[in-house]
Design a protein around this ligand. Structure first.
Ligand code: UDP
Length: 327
């Protein structure tokens, strides 16, 4: 198939592009390189540098490529940032999404695999979270993703788009070549590994008085390779989801840090910091639907493996992609 991947220079996008190219698909990446990295784009893929906030840029790309399907990663994805600058999230994720949907409608491209998120559920009444859990986002990031889900639903009904909704839990891990490199980095595992690399003194623990066994937030950490696998399956499924993508097992912030100590052999000091606005206490997936309808089974569910893979990448790329050239 010919696939247009928005955000294919980003973390999950670049790993999925690598997988698509391995599978023999023709891949065109559309990315503004604002937060993604040219070096992360697989050399087998063509890169179009463009911004979804510009309707002409994505329409021109859609017309030029005429893909069989779109995989849409390009978005801002930081809970904390969204609580300070919600406007960025509505502009990039909702307005940008609208331009993408319009370009698809105008060119007649139907299938879109959309990177949605567990943040659309907000603070759930019960865990694990099924896809039927009410969506009540607790931050503008989750809200922006939910708004685009809803927009796509109407495009499905009225314009016959075929949106497949993938709601990721916490993406992590790395491949040999590709890993997580955000600036600023706010995610837990890379922040923990930065301390192990000696690039930071201590990991801030954002809140230790949550209603969880050790007082720190619990998340469902899912390997980026398993996420990539779900996208490949979503390309051809007759179902549209939505699908939760997680391991179904939750780990607290302290458990992640403990695992990283075991993997790295570094003591990894911590310091207690205030809660981060917009953080739900517990997010754990029930991914039964993805398992049954997509035949998806996470191959790297073990937290030790996930942290080990991330550690291997961060050790090999202590300054991220900076300085490396696109091969
Ligand atoms: N967290 C933390 N210290 C950090 C980074 C994150 O305590 O340096 C916490 C954060 O408050 C959340 C969990 O780790 O409870 C996972 O955060 P992350 O940003 O990795 O993912 P999110 O769940 O926000 O998408």
């Amino acid at each position: 198939m010919k696939i247009l991947v928005t955000g294919g220079a980003g973390y999950i996008g670049s790993v999925t592009v690598e997988r698509l190219a391995d599978d023999g698909h023709t891949v065109v990446v559309f990315d503004n390189l604002e937060r993604g990295h040219r070096e992360a784009v697989d050399p087998r893929a063509r890169l179009i540098v463009g911004d979804l906030r510009n309707p002409d840029a994505i329409l021109d790309a859609m017309r030029a490529v005429r893909p069989d399907a779109v995989i849409h990663f390009a978005a801002l994805a930081l809970v904390g940032e969204s609580m300070e600058q919600p406007e960025l999230y509505f502009h990039n994720n909702v307005v940008g999404g609208f331009h993408l949907a319009e370009a698809m409608r105008k060119v007649g491209v139907r299938r879109i695999i959309f990177s949605s998120t567990c943040a659309t559920y907000g603070i759930p009444d019960q865990v694990p979270i099924t896809e039927d859990t009410p969506q009540r986002p607790a931050n503008p990031y989750g809200e922006s993703k939910l708004q685009f889900e809803r927009m796509l639903r109407w495009y499905e009904i009225i314009h016959k788009l075929e949106p497949v909704f993938l709601r990721y839990f916490n993406a992590c891990g790395a491949t040999e070549r590709l890993g997580e490199d955000h600036d600023p980095e706010t995610h837990l595992i890379p922040n923990v590994l930065r301390v192990a690399l000696g690039q930071s003194d201590a990991v801030p623990i954002f809140g230790h008085d949550y209603p969880t066994p050790d007082g720190t937030c619990i998340r469902d950490y899912i390997h980026v390779l398993d996420l990539a696998d779900a996208h490949v399956r979503a390309l051809e499924t007759p179902h549209l989801g939505p699908y939760n993508l997680g391991n179904g097992q939750g780990f607290s912030v302290l458990e992640v840090i403990e695992t990283a100590r075991a993997v790295t052999g570094h003591p990894i000091p911590t310091r207690i910091a205030p809660r981060r606005l917009g953080d739900p206490p517990v997010l754990v997936a029930d991914a039964t639907r993805a398992r049954t309808q997509l035949g998806w089974t996470p191959k790297c569910p073990d937290l030790h493996t996930i942290v080990q893979d991330a550690w291997n990448w961060h050790r090999a790329h202590p300054h991220g992609y900076a300085g490396s050239k696109r091969r």
